[in-house]
Design a protein around this ligand. Structure first.
Ligand code: IZC
Ligand code: ZN
Length: 424
């Protein structure tokens, strides 16, 4: 008889264990987005931070030996999900912009504020002035808030430095945060987040700086896995975005794009053309963009909390994307301007109501598809043997209850790499 693994943690009797298993190779699309692998009376056994058995509690108990001192967690009447994955955040910034929020409530637009030197550029000024320690401390606070709400892996973009030194400083902070905090981070270089004030009259020179100085330095230091560009009217054109992303691709970075957020420029098409891993936002994506993304398997990372915070009318066409086979993921877009929201539970609630995604589709979108959007699907995003033991336990009778009960943190326990980091 095979030797049973001696486990150090078991979570058992779960009312609903949602595994989202079976899609580590490629993201879920179409009707498969609603297949979430529900097990009633479920259990997960963990050894050295890795999942070793998943199934009905009685069956899992037969397959393992519970080691002395092992943690035994009872999840009766609870819903257990894979640790949530947030594939789009801008969390290394300093300061806040609640005064601009007040102006927006009174009718000012996001792009008008940016054009007049506010918005991203204001946060750039505050972030350049701040010390590394201050930015680190502020980001730690955001990460604490995120993990307490069930997020165990997140992508983080630079983009509030906009000089070689400041962009490197922000990516170094991301690296330090990843080592220091239990939440796992995936770094993205986004020097092309805005044209900095000092290049206002010669934006092409800034594009050259990004391509010829910043990207090679970031690649040399191994500070970012992805490169992203804010392709938007008045920010970076489609042509500039293409050139920057091609330079990054040449240096071995994977690609993302802020695409068709406010104005329909063809960002979805560009992301598909370049083989980007994801195109994000897509509120104004064209039919052609959706069709090309479907053909290429580009993940659509939708950010409905941003649409909500911008008080915009037009949400991304999620139903059309799912119908046409585009893999859909969801993210917070956490940033001090267009989305001061770092709770994926809030995003899930908005996604059901405004994108008309079902609770099951939303769960695929914040777990396995989100993991695919940041190249981590082999390790996280589902509860299955061999994957990292990242799980969130919610005080909820059913999985549908999660997006239904909008605005309250329902997380009771979070397990990261097999360790209880929240509750328990
Ligand atoms: O600070 O406004 N959209 N980048 C692109 C942002 C929003 C962040 C910000
Ligand atoms: Zn963004």
């Amino acid at each position: 008889m095979a030797v049973k693994p001696v486990i150090d943690l078991i979570l058992m009797n779960a009312g609903q264990l949602i595994t989202v298993a079976g899609s580590s190779e490629s993201p879920r699309r179409g009707k498969d987005m609603a297949r979430i692998g529900l097990i009633e009376d479920g259990a997960v056994a963990v050894k050295d931070g890795v999942i070793v058995a998943v199934g009905i509690t009685g069956e899992v108990l037969e397959q393992v030996d519970i080691g002395p001192g092992a943690r035994v967690l009872d999840a009766a009447n609870k819903v257990v999900l894979p640790g949530l994955v947030d594939p789009h955040t801008h969390l290394v910034f300093y300061g806040s912009r609640e005064d601009e929020f007040e102006l927006k409530v009174q009718g000012a637009s996001y792009l008008e504020i940016l054009k007049s030197g506010g918005g991203i550029l204001r946060t750039v000024r505050a972030t350049r002035r701040a010390s590394k320690e201050d930015i680190f401390r502020s980001a730690c606070k955001w990460l604490d808030q995120m993990i307490s709400q069930g997020t165990t892996t997140a992508e983080v973009k630079s983009g509030y430095g906009l000089t070689l030194e400041d962009e490197l400083k922000l990516l170094e902070i991301v690296r330090e945060l990843d080592g220091h905090h239990s939440l796992d981070l995936v770094p993205t270089f986004m020097g092309a987040h805005a044209i900095p004030e000092e290049y206002r009259n010669n934006p092409e020179d800034y594009v050259t700086l990004v391509m010829e100085k910043m990207i090679p330095a970031v690649a040399r230091e191994g500070l970012a896995e992805f490169c992203d560009v804010f392709c938007e009217e008045g920010v970076f054109s489609v042509d500039q975005s293409r050139r920057i992303l091609c330079a990054a691709k040449e240096k071995g970075m994977k690609l993302k794009l802020h695409a068709d957020e406010i104005v329909s420029l063809g960002g979805g098409e560009l992301a598909a053309e370049l083989g980007a891993v994801s195109a994000d936002h897509l509120m104004a994506v064209s039919d052609e963009g959706v069709s090309q993304m479907s053909q290429k398997g580009t993940v659509a990372v939708l950010l409905p909390a941003t649409t909500f915070c911008l008080m915009a009318k037009q949400y991304a066409p999620a139903r059309k994307m799912i119908r046409e086979g585009v893999p859909v993921a969801l993210a917070s877009d956490f940033n001090p301007g267009s989305s001061p929201v770092n709770s994926l539970q809030v995003v899930m609630g908005i996604a059901c109501r405004q994108l008309k995604m079902t609770p099951a589709e939303v769960i695929s979108a914040v777990t396995i598809n989100a993991a695919h959007a940041i190249g981590r699907a082999a390790d996280v995003g589902s509860i299955e043997k061999g994957k990292k033991a990242d799980m969130a336990v919610f005080d909820a009778p059913t999985y549908q209850y999660l997006p239904y009960r909008f605005g309250t943190n329902l997380v009771e326990t979070v397990i990261k790499n097999g360790r209880v980091v929240i509750g328990g």
